[in-house]
Design a protein around this ligand. Sequence first.
Ligand code: P6P
Length: 365
Amino acid sequence: HEAEAHRTDLMTITRYVLNEQSRHPESRGDFTILLSHIVLGCKFVCSSVNKAGLAKLIGLAGETNVQGEEQKKLDVLSNEVFVKALISSGRTCILVSEEDEEATFVDPSLRGKYVVTFGWTLLIILAFTELSGSSHVCRYCVVFDPLDGSSNIDCGVSIGTIFGVYMVKDKDNVTLDEVLQPGKNMLAAGYCMYGSSCTLVLSTGSGVNGFTLDPSLGEFILTHPDIKIPKKGKIYSVNEGNAKNWDGPTTKYVEKCKFPKDGASPKSLRYIGSMVADVHRTLLYGGIFLYPADKKSPNGKLRVLYEVFPMSFLMEQAGGQAFTGKQRALDLVPTKIHQRSPIFLGSYDEVEEIKALYAAEKNTA
Ligand code: P6P
């Protein structure tokens, strides 16, 4: 009976967020509406990514598709979907996307009733617009990478959407300062990984939960409640090809992973080259993910607002840590929307080791 009850007691992401919302009555359901539009974007991208391989097979790829329209690159398409879904939610005032050089300031008049047509798919956000009511409430700023790791699509490696949400501070005078805030001010963060299954991992500030899309229901079901990252880990994840250019502490740490002095067994190297996949594995199995600074890129490669901050937020919420080589990642105050930062994130004890090595170098200096 217990098993039966468990099977029928489906906790969907919407129900989960509504439960959360009851803890914050002041949000008047606005976050639930915002999230429902983010989830809509993820469902669309999941469906498009799954078809991408097929599209190649049946010749939809290349310059034009069967309708003779110019076939959009999946990351451009994904970006359009998220921008339109977030605007039509009627709850956003600034959007920062990896795909767009400038931030999008959402003007109330912009929020129309979008019927979005993408070539072979008609995506109607109209219903969601109705759901979100007619008033445009400027409450949230969303920073996102619509399709991180998209260079991996053609070889079928998992890719993902990464997002972070800030509560707007001054809705009557919305400036870029609303998003040039430390990551610790984020209200929520998450990613959706498009792999063997479509998994959405989310934190609204009270722990981390994972939801898996059930395509037959079209719903994200809670499959990984209250994720906690193991305190230690046996895996390190870094692009060893950059080793020539690493600084001292990173070089020392990786050396220790491969040739441990204390007789422990060496760590395993797992590097997929798609941040969402590498971070998801780190979150579930433990270990550490590093994208350090190097002589070529003194600020590393990953972007602060929509890669470093959301993943650092999730790691801390799951009991792990995130460090830039100089400070706690979530304390960093960005000055540009596409700014980069080195990042070391994962199991609490592993990041402690990196912090000690950088502190030692600082003391020596
Ligand atoms: P590299 C993908 O292009 C990405 O932005 C992240 O998803 C990934 O972690 C990183 O770059 C991989 O970079 O230099 O190791 O290929």
